[in-house]
Design a protein around this ligand. Structure first.
Ligand code: PEP
Length: 258
């Protein structure tokens, strides 16, 4: 992290877990675990399933936890059965949205072009975007991680302006490390996060690149968080499994205070 120039952000991705009642409980537990602690060293977000948004917004009201969603559609409204628009999320009190998570790409046909459309719609509605990029294991083994990451970053951010970048966080999530218990080493995470920053510099210039928060995600947990967050270009974490346990998520929040 380099807090002198950019914000550290710890975000939980709850995926398809927790009912509204369980969401209220988990947020209450996270708040209780952090009571009396100084958590001002990072921003904290819980990205929750659509049906949990109302409960989560109420449970987190007035606290340090901000609420995010896990996806949104690119259209403002219309015949898209089963989908949710960015405006709908804003109306429910959501501030952030994850776009382009590898599980959306892998299981729901998400492409860089649809990711780009969703990013634009989310920004237009006033949401802040956590944009996920990451290579597959085969791509890492082929030695093309840098090309894949640069390509995803460039297509996903097509037509996004330098001003709009103030509302974009990038999450580097190597697909082989998500939910597998295999974490990228701190050096691997730093190398790719630095590469994303260099790619942003070619697109928007040094100042925007330096100011953009770039998170690492992929089996980050209470034990490895401090080492990962100790790297200059790793400005936070997007956390799946460990975000579902108040003690683990709180330990990561604490690690981000340094
Ligand atoms: C994620 O879902 O974005 C993620 C990083 O999951 P996990 O922490 O479980 O690997």
């Amino acid at each position: 992290m380099n807090k002198a120039v950019r914000k550290a952000i710890i975000a939980g991705n709850w995926k398809m877990n927790k009912t509204p009642a369980e969401a209220t409980q988990l947020i209450g537990e996270i708040l209780a675990a952090n009571e009396g602690k100084d958590v001002s060293g990072c921003e904290v977000i819980a990205c929750v399933p659509y049906v949990d948004i109302d409960a989560a917004v109420k449970a987190a009201a007035g606290s340090f936890i901000k609420i995010g969603a896990e996806n949104c559609h690119w259209a403002k409204s219309g015949a898209f059965t089963g989908e949710i628009s960015a405006d709908m999320l804003v109306a429910c009190g959501v501030e952030y949205v994850i776009i382009g998570h590898s599980e959306r790409r892998q299981y729901f046909g998400e492409t860089d072009l649809t990711v780009n459309q969703r990013v634009k719609a989310a920004l237009e509605a006033g949401l802040k975007v956590i944009l996920c990029v990451g290579e597959l294991l085969e791509q890492r083994e082929q030695g093309i991680t840098a090309e894949i990451i640069a390509m995803q970053t460039k297509i996903d951010l097509l037509d996004i302006t330098a001003e709009q970048m103030a509302n974009i966080i990038i999450a580097y999530e190597p697909v082989w490390a998500i939910g597998t218990g295999k974490t990228a080493t701190a050096d691997q995470a730093e190398e790719v996060c630095a590469h994303i920053r260099a790619t942003l510099a070619t697109l928007y210039g040094e100042a925007v690149a330096e100011a953009t928060t770039i998170q690492y995600g992929g089996s980050m947990n209470a034990k490895n968080a401090a080492e990962l967050l100790g790297k200059t270009n790793v400005d936070g974490g997007l956390i799946g499994g460990a975000a579902l346990k108040a003690a683990d998520f709180s330990a990561i929040i604490s690690a981000a205070q340094a």
